[in-house]
Design a protein around this ligand. Sequence first.
Ligand code: PRP
Length: 195
Amino acid sequence: MECDVAPVDPQELTVPVSSQFGGQALEVLLTQEQIQQRVAELAEEISHRYQGKCPIFIGVLNGSFIFMADLVRKLDIDFEVDFIKISSYGSETASTGTVRLLKDISANITDREVIIVEDIVDTGLTVKFLRNRMLEAGPTSVAFVTLLLKNEIAILDFSIDYVGFNIPDRFVVGYGLDVDQKLRGLGSLYAFKES
Ligand code: PRP
């Protein structure tokens, strides 16, 4: 069966009315092309750094799943994957200041090279929690790769090894990031239009 889909003008995108943020307009912050080019650069850097090793990439659900899928398919090294699910936000657009572990990893990471994959580092609470948790298991190393970093907001006492883009303190959706669990499938990254 054929399915004709009219091309969407990204400038015209709004949040679905089913969401509590329904009807609000979005503007493009990063295009698909910008994202894909940067993901390829990150994959090259990581491949270079981990040449001859077999790191385990741990994706932080849900937001990282698209970034992680694109990133690992651009690597030219052996690797494994696992996932962890954390919650630092409810369904609000601001951090609650608490982090909950909702799903732990399955793999044994003792003596492994671990690379945590995040879609966004906002306040830094999640990566801080994850780093402490991973170090308890005695890995060889723990590195972080994030597509987005709110560098003016994040409070970190360690550096993020691989950052796709520094972004301003705006609520962003698309490329894995949601509003009310929706809009994760958008290829570009959008921000709520400021009125
Ligand atoms: C988001 C994002 C990061 C975290 C960053 O996850 O995916 O994991 O918040 O925020 P922080 O730096 O302030 O801790 P969220 O809890 O919204 O869940 P999701 O990935 O399922 O959307």
